[in-house]
Design a protein around this ligand. Structure first.
Ligand code: SF4
Ligand code: SF4
Length: 146
């Protein structure tokens, strides 16, 4: 039986193209997160990184993102700690936890719009950090992550 690569291979075994194709383009990882210094609790806001094109949910400078945005997540299977910052719908987190892809994932739907149609992406609610003062960030918390 021919299994799709995400079932046949571990995250360690995937090539770059396979690894990149796991991203569904939700841009949830591009939302500003806040960490309570005392408790370590993590919170997600509706404020998006200034490099995010909110309409397409794509980074406007993906190649240089790590140089330009110090808090940008560089996902690596070598550093599984970073996966805790990802939403439960994210394929990297799901596969690392032994789960399958969500049934609307573009690799299954063959439709890059499915992540927006299912309201998983940030397209309809994110606001750019360009317009939000850092002191206002706590007012923009939308979810406790952990
Ligand atoms: S949360 Fe996961 S699936 Fe969504 S954009 Fe980030 S890496 Fe891609
Ligand atoms: S630099 Fe790009 S990939 Fe990184 S958080 Fe910002 S928009 Fe997202």
């Amino acid at each position: 039986m021919n299994l799709p690569f995400w079932q046949a291979k571990s995250l360690f075994e995937m090539n770059k193209t396979e690894w990149e194709s796991l991203c569904d383009g939700c841009a949830q990882c591009c939302l500003v997160k806040l960490e309570d210094e005392e408790t370590g609790d993590l919170y997600m806001t509706n404020v998006a990184c200034h490099l995010l094109d909110i309409q397409t949910c794509r980074c406007t400078d993906y190649e240089h993102r790590l140089e330009k945005v110090s808090t940008c997540l560089s996902l690596s299977i070598e550093d599984p700690e970073t996966f805790k910052w990802l939403p439960e719908t994210c394929a990297y987190r799901r596969l690392s936890e032994g789960k399958d892809l969500m049934n609307w994932h573009p690799l299954l739907s063959n439709n890059n719009e499915s992540v927006h149609q299912e309201c998983i992406s940030v397209r309809d609610f994110a606001q750019s950090e360009e317009y939000i003062h850092v002191d206002q960030l706590p007012d923009h918390v939308i979810e406790k992550i952990s």
